[in-house]
Design a protein around this ligand. Structure first.
Ligand SMILES: [Zn+2]
Ligand SMILES: [Zn+2]
Length: 163
């Protein structure tokens, strides 16, 4: 992978030319955090490091850390992967909007997307999947595959209205 070997110097040269962070990551084969997986479309292929609202969460962590991806931030697990946090968030959603008629895995994934958008942006827009970095989508999909599963040995809790 020539790109990887050259990445540091290339990024510096490209940045000097005034290209946007987005273009830099495209030129450097997209992912800067090392945790993104290929997504179906370019729109879905943003990296957490190229979306300021997401990367700021890592940069604002005190004391500063050298973590390379938002999925490694302690808050990501606590707010967006932990099934008990998601259960409570879902119950809140259900009270306001009604049940989400979907599998339990999908309820967890949908709630996790809502959580990460709210965490990063402070509010929720209509299209919550829009612009969620690929590494985050991949981590949520891995944690909540359709077959059901466990989290640190605990079975996912019920959401109260499983299909
Ligand atoms: Zn990435
Ligand atoms: Zn990332």
């Amino acid at each position: 992978m020539q790109f990887c070997l050259l990445e540091g110097r290339r990024a510096g040269q490209i940045r000097k030319k005034g290209f946007s962070k987005r273009l830099i990551s495209v030129l450097l084969a997209r992912c800067l955090c090392g945790h993104c997986e290929a997504m179906a479309s370019a729109v879905d292929s943003m990296c957490c490091r190229e979306v300021d609202a997401y990367w700021a969460l890592v940069q604002d962590l005190v004391p500063a850390t050298d973590i390379t991806c938002l999925t490694l931030h302690p808050g990501f697990d606590a707010c967006c992967l932990n099934p008990f946090s998601l259960q409570v968030a879902y119950l809140n959603f259900r009270q306001e909007h009604g049940a989400l008629h979907a599998s339990r895995a999908e309820q967890f994934r949908y709630t996790a997307y809502r959580q990460v958008v709210r965490w990063a942006h402070g509010f929720l827009g209509r299209e919550i999947r829009k612009a969620i970095p690929a590494c985050i989508v991949a981590a949520i999909r891995r944690q909540y595959p359709e077959e059901g599963g466990t989290y640190r040995g605990f079975q996912w809790p019920h959401m109260g209205d499983d299909q």
